[in-house]
Write a new protein. Structure first.
Lengths: 81, 591
């Protein structure tokens, strides 16, 4: 299956090579069906620290299972206001 | 405990007096509230002589407590019609506290309506009013420069009022100088610049001050400071995210969550967000040789401030904050970072609140008077304010005045104050804060974005009503406490996640004052602060009907989640269920 991956702020350097999707900080990536967010995190080698993950704009835990065509966005801990 | 400096603008006298007994634990927001509660009639005309402008450093003002140099400025708000506390960084709070001042009270009004004064305070906290009629109409930047020249003091700390405040515009804020002397930190919200203008006060000056205040137990204070600073540096938000990218690091994540209000709250995602995100702003600033990390006041260890610079590297404006970039950017459909910087600079120089003015311009654009995305149209609107034209005076009175004058139905305000950079339909916890805050639509009053989006302090599903009222209530109480200590709201991120950070607050307070503080006392202070505010607002005429979002947010679906606000009225009314009991314990009922 194919999904859109977006990595922001300090996670941007972990973006894999590949075709950009809807912006500079996104890639289209191919993944096996049934893979979880946590397994994608491990594949990307993201640092071992808290993260905030979204699938199609909904906050998810890392055991959430990805499906074809979704957008996965991952942020390091950020805040402001 | 410091003194009150009472400045009578009618008699042109300045005198020191002791802080009344019973207020010993009050500083910052709690003290501005206590003074306004005791001295300002709730029905007073906000721009009349009975209103008072109060400036108070927090309890940690004048000490090395990390991030403890925030200033509370309070009054009855001409925008909301209720009590107002606008919180600002910059150098003034530490300097006032070092000069021995717990609060400065500006009251009355000069007999000559054209007279303009500066309140010059010396290092011992004595004040003198001096005529500065030649500063009339000058922007904040030129005013600050002239004050530095007049005093011959490079390190002079200034509080200044721009032309918008002089013209009594309800969106006018008050500028405080930062560590480099730029008048770029703002008590922006609620029209406090108009109150300052109504008093004929153009500026306040004070020497920077060097000596920190003594502590009851220096050794214990130093240990607690170290504990607090370590927690701030350890937490990834305050230790990494904020210092690296500044507050605008939020743009992408709030956009991702579908809560980034776009084109006057008609959509929850902005297609141009990448061009105005914190990541992009950092890249532009570094390319141009700008500063990407400093504190807005001495003693800040988070360092989220930065300077946005012209292509030649010269200072343009403070590295626009998340709220300003959103308001003058996405909410107006503008994706041009330099254009946003110019709008931010112009608001700063005129002394206009960027959150209110972004909403004003967005509503104005929706009326058809300008096009969404048009930087020049937005600048022209601000120019109307600068000139004080009929249109400019409407715009300068805020988003509600603008919407009513130009026939726009979608006006995003609560208690007449425009909403900040989070749509309350897909982020319902912040909607509870907007609706119920004593301050009008104010994100800082109870920053539910923490658990709703950022995964800080737990998790509450932002799209559902469950748990939002309780979340907002606890954050509103905690924030009132932080504001009273003069602590930056950003310490809340580590405080919510690291127990040692919370402990360090009362350990610093105990060691500094010699009075016993503990966890319960901290939250009691927060509840008492809000009790002052709720009772004042009730007497000013507010009812439960004012604790509501605009009706269209309950029916108009916001893409991409097609959400509406679903927290019930009963849940909203539960947020302040503690006030009656707290007021009874305090022995107060009405102002």
């Amino acid at each position: 299956m194919r999904i859109e991956l977006a990595l922001f702020a300090s996670l941007e350097p972990y973006l894999p090579e590949g075709e950009s999707a809807s912006g500079r900080r996104t890639r289209m990536i191919d993944l096996p069906g049934g893979i979880t967010v946590g397994e994608v995190v491990a594949r990307l080698g993201l640092p071992d620290q808290p993260r905030v993950c979204f699938i199609d704009g909904r906050g998810v835990r890392e055991d959430a299972v990805l499906t074809d065509g979704v957008r996965l966005a991952i942020f390091p801990p950020v805040a402001g206001g | 405990m410091g003194s009150l400096l009472r400045v009578d603008m009618a008699c042109l006298t300045v005198k020191k007096e002791p802080v009344p007994a019973g207020w010993a634990k009050y500083a910052g927001r709690a003290l501005t509230d206590a003074i306004i509660f005791a001295e300002v009639p709730p029905k007073a005309d906000p721009l009349g002589p009975a209103n008072k402008l109060v400036l108070a450093p927090g309890l940690f003002g004048g000490t090395p407590a990390p991030n403890g140099g925030r200033l509370s400025i309070g009054a009855k708000s001409p925008l909301t019609g209720g009590i107002k506390e606008s919180n600002v960084g910059g150098q003034f709070a530490h300097s006032a506290a070092k000069a021995g001042l717990a609060a400065i009270i500006i009251e009355g009004r000069p007999a000559d309506p054209k007279a303009l004064y500066a309140l010059d305070i010396d290092a011992q906290g004595n004040g003198m009013l001096n005529r500065v009629d030649d500063l009339a109409g000058l922007g904040n930047y030129e005013t600050a420069e002239k004050l530095h020249a007049m005093k011959g003091d490079d390190k002079l700390v200034t509080v200044t009022n721009g032309p918008a405040g002089e013209m009594l515009m309800k969106a006018a804020g008050i500028a405080v100088s930062d560590p480099h002397g730029y008048p770029n930190r703002f008590a922006g919200r609620g029209g406090l610049g108009a109150v300052m203008g109504s008093k004929g006060l153009k500026a306040i000056t004070i020497p920077l001050g060097i000596e920190s205040l003594p502590h009851a137990d220096k050794e214990a204070f130093t240990a607690a400071v170290r504990k607090f600073a370590n927690a701030l540096k350890e937490h990834p938000v305050s230790g990494q995210g904020l210092p690296t990218y500044g507050t605008n690091v939020l743009a992408n994540i709030i956009n991702e969550a579908g809560g980034y209000p776009t084109r006057n709250f008609s959509e929850g995602r902005f297609e141009g967000v990448e061009k105005i995100s914190g990541e992009t702003m950092r890249e532009i600033t570094l390319e141009r040789g700008g500063n990407v990390k400093h504190g807005c006041h001495t003693g800040c260890v988070i360092q989220c401030s930065r300077y946005y610079v012209h292509p030649d590297g010269s200072y343009w404006t403070k590295g626009s904050e998340y709220e300003s970039v959103w308001a003058l950017g996405a909410d107006c459909g503008i994706d041009d970072m330099d254009g946003i910087a110019e709008l931010d600079r112009k608001c700063g120089d005129l002394g206009l609140d960027t959150i209110e003015m972004g909403n004003v311009i967005a509503v104005y654009m929706e009326s058809g008077k300008a096009e969404f995305g048009d930087v020049q149209g937005a600048l022209a609107a601000l120019e109307e304010c600068a000139k004080g034209t009929e249109t400019g005076r409407i715009l300068g009175d805020g988003a509600e005045a603008t919407g009513m004058a130009f026939g726009v139905e979608r006006i995003p305000v609560v208690k007449h104050q425009a909403m900040p950079a989070y749509d309350p339909r897909p982020i319902q916890g912040i909607g509870v804060t907007y609706a119920t805050s004593t301050q009008g639509a104010d994100h800082t009053a109870g920053y539910s974005i923490t658990a709703n989006v950022l995964g800080v302090g737990g998790t509450v599903d932002p799209l559902k009503p469950l748990g939002q009222a309780e979340l907002s209530k606890n954050l509103q109480i905690a924030t009132a406490m932080l504001d009273s200590f003069g602590l930056c709201i950003f310490v809340a991120f580590p405080v919510l996640d690291i127990p040692a950070a919370f402990e360090a607050i009362y350990e610093m307070a105990t060691a500094h004052t010699g009075d016993p503080w503990d966890a319960d006392a901290l939250m009691k202070l927060g509840r008492e602060t809000i009790a002052f505010e709720r009772l004042f607002n009730e007497s000013a005429g507010f009812t439960a009907a004012d604790d509501r979002l605009p009706a269209w947010m309950l029916t108009e679906k916001l893409p991409p989640h097609n959400s509406v606000f679903t927290v019930t009225d009963a849940e909203l009314d539960s947020v302040h269920d503690f006030v009656a009991e707290t007021a009874a314990e305090m022995g107060i009922s009405k102002p």
